[in-house]
Each structure stands twice: as C-alpha cells, then as structure tokens.
Design a protein. Structure first.
Length: 158
C-alpha cells in the first residue's frame, strides 16, 4: 500500500447530491496538496422497475430501453462536467460514466484506472434505512484493494 505522499491517482465516486459535493471538494483539496490527478465516476443504476424483455438467448437478462440509457448518460455527463469545471483546472481530471451496481463499478474503475485512493461521500443512514438499503461505502471498503476515504455529510458530522 502506498503512503500518503505516494498517492497520485484519486478516484471520487459522485452522484447528484450535496454528499458528493462534500466528497468532491475534499478530494480536490487533497489532490492539490499531493499533486495527484482525479477521476470522477458516476454510476447509473438500472432501475428496478425498468421495462425489460426476457429472452432465453439473453439468459433472461434485463434489457434497458435505449432512450432511458441515453437520458442517464446525458445526465451523468452534465454532472461530471459541472463538477470538473468547478475544479478550475487545478489538477488533471478524468471522468467516467458506468452502468451497473455502484459498488461493483467503483471497485472495477478503481482497479482499471489504477487508483491509489477512493473517496466516497456518505448519506449517513442508520438503523432500518441502513439495513434495507445497505451501504455502498461499506461494501467498497470491504473489497477495495486501495485505501478508501469516507466523507460524512456535514449534518451527520455535527
């Protein structure tokens, strides 16, 4: 595992929320201090109620309607563009949009890109909400091959 001064690639998983804004801001500050590059990742989940087609040749896999995928892709690109533009070219920024399970796509992108650190924002769910929805952050921490930094939302930190 690399020491803090050896970190050159920081992966920040973002969504369109204030929690991601906190994580992105923290990641930018850290990247500036370490002279590291940043990869912003947004993962589009396939909605549970997405219309699908079953086909034995497709192994009864879910097939997402192309229009929905295009809308998600466009929304992701706008989100990543907005965040990367807010960094004002202070560090090199790469952007990735993926479709699938956030946990799986965060881990895969970290591996493919060679991330030295993963940064995630957290909703700070507890109790029943956490039990039902699980925690992407918790799942990433358990499986990541590099350090994971969790940035709590400001309200949870108070």
């Amino acid at each position: 595992m690399k020491t803090l001064n050896q970190i050159t690639k920081i992966l920040i998983a973002v969504e369109d929320s204030q929690y991601s804004n906190y994580a992105a801001g923290y990641g930018l500050d850290l990247a500036e201090k370490l002279h590291a590059s940043i990869a912003l990742l947004h993962v589009n989940e396939v909605p549970i109620n997405t219309p699908y087609i079953t086909d034995p040749l497709l192994n009864e896999s879910q097939v997402v309607i192309p229009d929905l995928m295009e809308l998600q892709e466009e929304s992701s690109k706008k989100l990543l563009e907005r965040i990367s533009e807010s960094f004002d070219d202070k560090v090199p920024v790469y952007t990735f949009t993926k479709v699938g399970s956030p946990k799986d796509e965060i881990l895969a992108t970290a591996e493919e890109w060679g991330a030295d650190l993963i940064i995630l924002g957290t909703h700070g769910r507890t109790g029943f909400d956490h039990f039902i929805s699980g925690s992407v952050a918790e799942k990433v921490i358990r499986k990541a091959k590099c350090p994971v930094l969790i940035i709590p939302n400001k309200e949870a930190a108070l």
